[in-house]
Design a protein around this ligand. Sequence first.
Ligand code: CO6
Length: 358
Amino acid sequence: MEKKLAEYKCDTNEAICLKLVRFAEEVNDDSMTFHPEYSHQLYGDDLMMLKGRSGRSFLLGSAATRTTSSHCWRKRPTSNPSAPCFTHTTFTMWRREKTSPTRFTRWTCSARDSETTMSACRPSSCGSLRRPASSTLTTIVGTSFSCCSRCTDRDGPGCSSMLTLEKASQRIGEGKMDAAWECACNCPACLLCFICRFEKYNNDGETLFATVGYMTVYNYYVYPDKTRPRVRSGGEVSKAVLSCLCACWPGVLLNSQMLILPPFQGEGHGAQLLEAVHRFYCNLPKVQDITAEDPSENYVKLRDYVLVKLCQTLPSFSTDKLPLSFSDDMATEAREKLKINKKHARRVYEILRLRVTD
Ligand code: CO6
């Protein structure tokens, strides 16, 4: 039995293929496919799944509407070798409302067909993918979400109301954020903030938003009257909201506290997102400093880059002061103006000092 099963076993990080679809023709474009970096959350530490004899598992997602299609790639029909065939196709659609990128409506439909061709899986067949007429893309930063544990139906339509329930829908930089980030019920879920980055593009005069990445920040209480925002995983609440935001990326997203989707990595989005978060909290007098829970090596590298960039603008970190030792002025200015704690300020100082050292 073990021997027989071995034929069907595969590494989940390799076998799962992901694709963000903006144009219908991209459904068949293999060059856009990428794989999850981590999938053990769904499949276990041995990263094993069973596949069809010659198969891979595909998750297609509409970049803008969160329309998803998951299906098992089994075999190609001999009559049409380029057309894949699926055993079971399910669409779960989280459709953004036209007026706001933070409002969602849930739609579902499913089809069972052993000989379904790719055309049946095109998001456009659900009527929800509007193909962009032009490739002009603009990026916007910082729509925030807060959510509420009163919505218990996390897998059902409640998710959509969860996203629309609270007041936090302004964008960073548009003002009036203080009120938006304070929730009357003060439940743990409401202390968790989602900061998302979208790519805004135009489709026949209609504006659509594709998710680029996100951060989750939890506001801890600091005695007697301060808070300490910490970049961390949002646990169950995070999972619920993120599966609404990015319904097609369950295993890839859920355990990350900050994620830039793979097609957008290395383009400066992560740095801009983190910088936007620092700039936003800088204006809140109640905030003590910003921290991260158990940061990964990648996150630390990104944070070094962003904090160095921010601290370079402070008088206490000017080039003439760097050859002297780390000073109280540096620690105070970094904390008061940028919400950077002493340990991180010291690290920034070391990096900048190394830079000016012959
Ligand atoms: N190595 C070295 N330097 C880096 C790296 C890595 N991996 N990532 C960023 N940076 C530095 C580097 O100086 C970049 O500038 P360039 O050298 O000019 O490229 C600069 O930061 C800006 O990078 P960018 O904004 O392009 O980074 P990106 O948009 O790719 O976002 C990321 C970084 C780590 C968020 C993203 O790659 C990602 O989502 N990776 C997978 C998920 C992940 O690892 N998330 C972090 C874990 S969550 O630890 C965590 C507890 C919380 C805090």
